[in-house]
Every structure is written in C-alpha cells, then in structure tokens.
Design a protein around this ligand. Structure first.
Ligand SMILES: [Zn+2]
Length: 113
C-alpha cells in the first residue's frame, strides 16, 4: 500500500508505544511523538504591565511552558502546514516550516521563533 508519509506522520521509529499527551486546544489524546510540541518562555505578568515593569528594570522570572497540539489544531492555528508531495520528502525542522506567520490565528507569542 502506498504511504503518504515515510514516517506515517509520527516520530515513533521502532519503539512500540509512546506516552499519550492531551491537546491544549481541543483536549484530544494524542501520542507524544505525533503531537506538535511548542515550548516558550511565559511571564506571570503579561501584557503592558509586564513590559512597563521590565522597562523600569524590574526582574520578572519566567517559566518554560510546553504545549502539545494535535495535528488538526496545529494546522488550524498555523503552527504547521500541509505540504505538497515533493515538499514532504524534504526534511525541515518543525519551527522553520511555518513562513506564513502573519496570517496565523495564534498570537505571535505562542509561536516558536
Ligand atoms: Zn487539538
């Protein structure tokens, strides 16, 4: 049977099972190797208040937040995009595959740069 993707859309390899993670957008249970992982630094003080405090020289500690998205939500939010058959054979790191960020429905602060 012909395959659409060499890796079947996963990073599973020859390991039998991967832990299940939950999509932060829709709550769907997704295998961790199939889910789209977005990691970013989050400040507890957000918005203009946080910016003003940092401008005044206040140190605001940030924490690393990891979010998992199912493929449907990642495509909907513009984190990943479906690619043409020839393009799919080119291995591109996940964070570089999105060049159409301006039209993304997700705020820029959620995206990996
Ligand atoms: Zn989802």
């Amino acid at each position: 049977m012909p395959k659409k993707r060499k890796n079947r859309g996963r990073k599973l390899g020859d390991s039998g099972h991967e832990k299940v993670v939950q999509c932060v957008q829709c709550g769907r249970a997704v295998p961790a190797d199939k889910a789209v992982k977005v990691t970013r630094w989050v400040s507890p003080v957000g918005g203009s208040l946080g910016r003003d405090l940092e401008r005044q020289g206040t140190y605001i500690s940030k924490r690393l937040e990891t979010r998992y998205y199912c493929i449907s939500c990642a495509v909907y939010l513009g984190i990943v995009r479906p690619r043409a058959e020839e393009e799919r054979h080119i291995a591109v790191p996940l964070n570089r595959s999105t060049s159409k960020r301006k039209s993304s429905k997700l705020p820029l602060k959620f995206l990996k740069v």
